[in-house]
Design a protein around this ligand. Structure first.
Ligand SMILES: Cc1cc2nc3c(=O)[nH]c(=O)nc-3n(C[C@H](O)[C@H](O)[C@H](O)COP(=O)(O)O)c2cc1C
Length: 386
């Protein structure tokens, strides 16, 4: 086991060819939103209490009445098969073993039914992108419901794909074509190359199945990037409700007005998210928006957050500021991309261990003890030592 998520990131960079690592790690345009996401966590500092009896301390919490081992969720990431074969199954198993929910992306490279079979006891959530052909989304919701997925995560911040300079620079196109550049990359990353040669190119299997076609990466990735339903609006939450009887979370909220609209339209939860800085190149960090959104909508709907969480202590800061849970995007992927199933499990164990250590050092016995009194903003009077 490595010492930190940062070290798993370095290990992932070593194992993956440049174009795959940049796709995992990079942000949109100049990477301003990406950097700001993590920097925001450095702006908040802890204010611990002492002599509180932390002999018994637990990070357990509940998401929609279901117990989880920590306020963490393995978030949806598409094209995971680019990093390791059967990646979605392995991530779902790692999450299930850690007693955390796993969110499967619409752009997953495994069938949602296979992911369920791999993690029969897991709390699985389904992420939905809505394309112009609404029949695809309707079929995905039907299949996910039949497979026992508990919660739908409707991602609303990708009407078009963000501009990612690194993908242009690296000639990242799907399916991957063996250019001289990729060939050179392969020679210096033989393990990845051998795995890809053995298992074949990843495919967007869920979309293929719901479209009723054979897997065809170039066709189905083009559908995702060019045929999103640009007419999607708040009223469509009613359409979602007609096809999904479980909980519905809207992912991609970045302001109080939209948070209020999500609550008014009956969303069970929302994820404050800028898609990990992969869409708009320059935005506020979700953590910067969290206190204002909590003040506006707490009690009306559940508030989740993601973006830039690399330590258990980062997640605790978000919880102290009012988040019910934190979605992890890149962190488990660094583990998976470096060491497969073992790496994914190790990263989750690492973050959960960091959480428990920090929780005890804060003088808390459990997650419900945490609140705004445990953090202060750097530079503000309430953060200054007395
Ligand atoms: C490689 C990659 C693929 C992603 N694919 C999706 C996706 O298919 N659907 C989605 O809603 N979000 C997707 N996201 C965004 C994540 O769900 C999450 O919002 C973001 O990664 C959080 O930031 P973090 O990576 O700093 O934790 C993706 C992120 C990454 C890194």
């Amino acid at each position: 086991m490595l010492a930190s998520v940062a070290e798993y990131r370095i290990a992932a960079r070593r194992r993956l060819p440049r174009l795959a690592f940049d796709y995992l790690d990079g942000g949109a345009e100049d990477g301003d939103a990406l950097r700001r996401n993590s920097d925001a966590y450095r702006q908040w500092l802890f204010k611990p209490r002492v002599l509180t009896d932390v002999s018994r301390c637990s990070s357990t919490t509940q998401f929609f009445e279901r117990e989880a081992a920590a306020p963490l969720i393995v978030g949806p990431t598409g094209l995971n098969g680019l990093f390791w074969p059967r990646a979605d199954e392995l991530l779902a198993q790692a999450a299930s073993r850690a007693s955390l929910p796993f969110v499967l992306s619409t752009a997953s490279t495994s069938l949602l039914e296979d992911v369920r079979a791999a993690a029969p006891q897991g709390d699985l959530w389904m992420q939905l992108y809505v394309q112009q052909d609404r029949g695809i989304a309707e079929d995905l919701m039907r299949r996910a419901s039949a497979a026992g997925y508990s919660t739908l995560v409707l991602t609303v911040d990708v009407p078009v794909h963000g501009k990612r300079d690194h993908d242009t620079r690296n000639g990242f196109r799907l399916p991957l074509r063996l250019s001289p550049k990729l060939l050179a990359d392969c020679l210096t990353h033989p393990h990845w190359c051998w795995q890809m040669a053995r298992t074949g190119s990843p495919q967007l299997k869920n979309i293929a199945k719901s479209v009723g076609e054979h897997a065809d990466l170039s066709r189905h990735s083009a559908m995702l990037s060019r045929q999103m339903d640009l007419t999607l609006g708040w009223r469509d939450l009613e359409w979602v409700r007609r096809h999904w009887s479980g909980k519905v979370i809207v992912k991609g909220i970045m302001g109080i007005e939209d948070a209020l609209l999500a609550a008014a339209h009956g969303a069970d939860g929302m994820v404050i998210s800028n898609h990990g800085g992969r869409q708009l190149g320059s935005t506020f960090a979700p953590l910067e928006l969290l206190p204002g959104i909590v003040a506006a909508v707490r009690g009306k709907t559940e508030i989740f957050i993601d973006g830039g969480v690399r330590r258990g202590s980062d997640a605790l800061k978000a919880v102290a500021l009012g988040a019910r849970g934190v979605l992890l995007g890149r962190a488990p992927l660094y583990g998976l991309a470096s060491r497969g199933a073992a790496g994914a499990s190790e990263v989750l164990a690492l973050i959960m261990e960091e959480m428990l250590i920090s929780l005890r050092l804060l003088g808390c016995q459990g997650i419900s003890d945490l609140g705004p009194a445990y953090v202060g903003r750097d530079g503000s009077r309430d953060a200054a030592p007395g």
